[in-house]
Design a protein. Structure first.
Length: 364
């Protein structure tokens, strides 16, 4: 009788383990997606019409706000050039310049991030060198920022951020246990989402190294409560749904971890990782639309980009939960993109020696 009870107990215990293990696996799989080149059936080919603007020097960023295209320049431009440009997308005419390069009141050191969500006339520019948010009105003629917010000490290690409310931002951190962290602008930590150590990359990396490996392009949509990071070094996208408090992950199309090695960071500092030069670059940009997320994919090495001008000519389209939907191939390489779903147009910064704006018509 005791043997029967003992056997029954073991059976029930094993069954419970199986049930809870499957439950955890199913729960994790709910938030994980992957796709391969083979699953990208018949991409739609798009042809560009290019528009040149003498005001553009070395453009790197592009966003949309109302009827305007917003262009952010590289920080490697002369101080007398405007770091921000506004172009009317209705007639593709130059509208105005914004910003003055510098570290003084109202000035910006660089236009590392552009946040066009929120109030109708407001544009926020994040400067990574001075760790500061600067507010502009897109319709006035002022070049200096009307309001600036310095990163508080508690989230000084944030490397990229986007507004999540009128008083809070979602950030990517240089060294944190979580992928996405939300702060009040006074520095109060409001929430943390997605543990780095839950992500399997085949090697034992600390949180700092995991953040390095997944450096990329970070965008947020305050209106949709969606925040996305598309990795530069590996084909990995993370989508933080703030309403749900969950992070969706997307791997593909190569589904490979890049080759890398460690280099000592010096006394008392964490080692850094160096990515192999022959590793193909993954994503060059990401854009959050009203219905879909658009990933600009490269697949070229950095040598090919620098020597041959090959940047990115594939656009992968996902729904807001990371499920692959379709893809475009474009006839000229671009380095950044923005999408107007209503007018069915894609705007890109061309990657040639005379960079301009490429406009692609999406099918109805």
């Amino acid at each position: 009788m005791n043997n029967i009870n003992f056997s029954s107990t073991l059976f029930v215990f094993a069954l419970l383990i199986t049930i809870f293990s499957c439950g955890k696996e199913n729960e994790e799989s709910k938030y994980y997606r992957s796709f391969e080149f083979e699953s990208v059936d018949d991409p739609i080919h798009l042809r560009a019409k290019k528009y040149n603007f003498k005001e553009l020097i070395n453009p790197k960023k592009i966003e949309l706000k109302n009827e305007l295209i917003i262009i952010g320049e590289s920080r490697r431009i002369n101080d007398y050039n405007s770091p921000i440009h506004l172009i009317d997308k209705r007639n593709l005419k130059y509208f105005s310049g914004k910003g003055k390069i510098g570290f003084g009141p109202g000035e910006i050191s660089d236009a590392y991030g552009i946040d066009a969500s929120g109030e109708d006339s407001v544009l926020w520019v994040y400067s990574s060198l001075e760790k500061r948010f600067s507010k502009f009105n897109i319709y006035d003629k002022k070049h200096l920022s009307e309001d600036q917010i310095k990163q508080a000490e508690n989230f000084f290690m944030a490397t990229a951020m986007a507004w999540s409310s009128d008083s809070s931002v979602v950030c990517r951190m240089a060294n944190d246990s979580c992928k996405f962290v939300e702060f009040n602008i006074d520095g109060t930590r409001l929430g943390s989402y997605g543990l780095w150590q839950d992500l399997n990359v085949g090697k034992d990396l600390n949180d700092f190294n995991m953040a390095e490996l997944h450096l990329g392009w970070f965008k947020g949509s305050k209106n949709r409560d969606i925040f996305v990071n598309a990795s530069y070094y590996r084909d990995h996208i993370e989508i933080f749904n703030r309403n749900e408090g969950m992070v969706y992950s997307v791997d593909g199309p190569r589904n490979e971890i890049p080759e890398f090695h460690f280099v000592s960071g010096g006394k008392g500092k964490s080692s850094v990782i160096i990515i192999d030069e022959e590793n193909p670059v993954a994503y060059r940009d990401i854009y959050i639309g009203e219905q879909y997320i658009y990933g600009l994919y490269s697949g070229y090495t950095r040598k090919e980009m620098l020597r041959e001008g090959k940047f990115a000519q594939d656009i992968f389209i996902f729904n807001l939960k990371g499920e692959f939907r379709s893809s475009f191939t474009i006839d000229i390489p671009i380095r950044a993109l923005a999408v107007d779903e209503q007018s069915r147009k894609i705007y890109g910064i061309t990657a040639d020696e005379n960079p301009g704006i490429a406009v692609f018509e999406m099918p109805k």
